[in-house]
Design a protein around this ligand. Structure first.
Ligand SMILES: Cc1cc2nc3c(=O)[nH]c(=O)nc-3n(C[C@H](O)[C@H](O)[C@H](O)COP(=O)(O)OP(=O)(O)OC[C@H]3O[C@@H](n4cnc5c(N)ncnc54)[C@H](O)[C@@H]3O)c2cc1C
Length: 443
């Protein structure tokens, strides 16, 4: 292999999976030409997945971050051709200086384009904008047995579908052509509306999501009522500001976070912090003006303390798309469980999703609901309880956000599990690309 490979200690973002893994960080395309058909590999972007999706025992992680160039931009169509290791933050700065932006982006700027395609990420208004692949016109995929292929909805369409949300298991995404939109205002006018009971959320969220650019909610599940909180919605406003600077993102990597010696989140701190956050958020001026960067990447500058407070042992996230009809019973079940077997809920947040679900993608129609809690002795039983609700209520779990999702749950929760596994094996019988996550899920 042209690029030296080092063995490094790597952990999933939630701290649930840590292993020593071989990592190559190539900066020349001849690296790919020299990849033999033997051995196992997996692409790695920013390493911000909560699950161990970009590393695994016995596989060499290929870190794409040196491939971070912008290869072309068409000012007439907004089509931007980029290498897959480009971060969302760098792409945002490039596009904004030309009056464009990408509507669907996860909330942290060090995440890469390749990571977003492979995890079929969602942004701030999935109901209106769809998932990340909706803004992918085409991509170039490399596989040692097949060479470099162009994939799109009209060229190698089945492989395009398998690769978007395919967790890097079809090969290395080298570059992609993304579809940007004119920026129409580099400020976001943010409105906050109180929601007293999470069970009433779908109707409130729908009202906002149908008319706004961004819409999501936040809830307090540490109180004596089921999830009081608020919905935040945002609409772009003001003139495009092509000269605005891009703030430096805080360092959220696992190794810097785990240096924080004490785990600060527990029952009393979570109750106090969530009550205070709700109070302060509802007192904020509404509407208020927020720079577009801050609205797209809310965790860029404010998230470090929240994650550091989980300490070295880390945290767990459960995220699922819940059919609207099951949302109130789901909230009741979670709230009663948290009251009978207390566990500090540091975050409960929701967005509205629409459209169909396929393969192992985090998609479908309903409420996308996320819960964070510290990785304590109580966490495994709570996760098992949530697995039970997932199967009982027909929820779609988010595999990239859960470093322990069992294969038995994934097989039943994703109707397209078998089709995904079969198509993957038909394309690559040797299953060259693997990760801890793909092995755990039995792919
Ligand atoms: C603070 C924070 C906020 C987040 N917010 C959101 C959000 O709002 N919405 C959302 O959907 N997700 C969100 N996420 C999750 C995150 O967007 C995904 O896990 C994403 O996949 C991470 O991308 P990455 O560049 O870090 O890639 P990695 O974590 O390194 O890899 C992720 C997956 O992509 C594959 N991959 C990476 N690069 C390539 C490539 N070039 N070719 C082929 N496969 C590749 C890997 O093999 C792996 O399967 C958030 C994560 C954090 C830490």
């Amino acid at each position: 292999m042209a690029s030296p490979t080092r063995v490094e200690a790597i952990a999933s973002f939630d701290g649930g999976m840590r292993i020593e893994s071989a990592v190559a960080r190539p900066d020349r395309y001849r690296f790919f030409d020299q990849l033999a058909g033997e051995g196992h590999f997996i692409s790695r972007g920013g390493g911000y997945s909560y699950a161990a999706a970009s590393f695994g025992a016995g596989a060499t992680s290929i870190d794409h971050r040196s491939f971070n160039r912008i290869l072309g931009f068409d000012t007439a169509t907004g089509h931007v051709h980029v290498e897959a290791g480009l971060t969302l933050g760098d792409l945002f700065a490039f596009l904004r200086s030309r009056g464009w932006y990408l509507p669907t982006q996860p909330g942290f700027p060090a995440i890469t384009v390749g990571g977003c395609i492979a995890a079929e990420c969602h942004g701030k208004n999935q109901l209106r904008d769809g998932c990340f692949s909706a803004q992918v016109a085409s991509l170039e995929l490399f596989h040692p047995a097949h060479g470099t292929m162009t994939l799109s909805r009209t060229q190698n369409a089945a492989l395009f579908e398998l690769t978007c949300g395919g967790f890097g298991l079809t090969g290395c995404i080298l570059s992609a052509t993304l579809i940007a939109r004119p920026i129409e205002g580099s400020q976001v006018e943010v409105r906050t509306e109180a929601v007293d009971d999470a069970r009433a959320l779908p109707a409130v969220l729908r009202r906002h999501a149908e008319s706004a650019d961004f819409a999501y909610s936040w809830h307090d599940f540490n109180t004596s009522a089921p999830g009081p909180g608020f919905v935040m919605s945002g609409t772009r406003a003001g003139a495009p500001d092509k000269a605005a600077s891009t703030p430096r993102a805080s360092d959220l990597r696992w190794d810097t976070r785990s240096a924080f010696p004490v785990a600060g989140w527990n029952g009393p701190t979570a109750s106090l912090a969530t009550a205070l956050y709700r109070h302060l958020s509802l007192r904020e001026r509404s509407p208020r003006s927020v720079p577009l960067f801050d609205a797209m990447f809310p965790l860029a500058t404010k998230g470090a303390a929240y994650f550091k407070l989980f300490g070295a042992r880390g945290f767990c996230e459960f995220q699922a798309v819940i059919p609207e009809s099951a949302f109130a019973p789901f909230c009741d079940a979670v709230w009663s469980r948290v009251r009978s077997k207390p566990i500090p809920i540091t975050l409960a947040s929701a967005k509205l999703f629409g459209g169909d679900q396929r393969f192992l993608r985090f998609a479908g129609s309903g409420v996308n609901f996320a819960l964070d809690f510290p990785r304590t002795e109580a966490a495994p039983a709570f996760l098992e309880f949530l697995d039970g609700l997932t199967l009982e209520m027909g929820l779609v779990p988010n595999a990239i956000k859960d470093s322990r999702l069992p294969a038995a749950v994934a097989r039943r929760a994703f109707p397209g599990y078998d089709a995904f596994a079969e198509q993957l094996r038909a394309f690559d019988p040797k299953r060259t690309f693997r990760s801890e996550m793909s092995e755990r899920l039995g792919l």
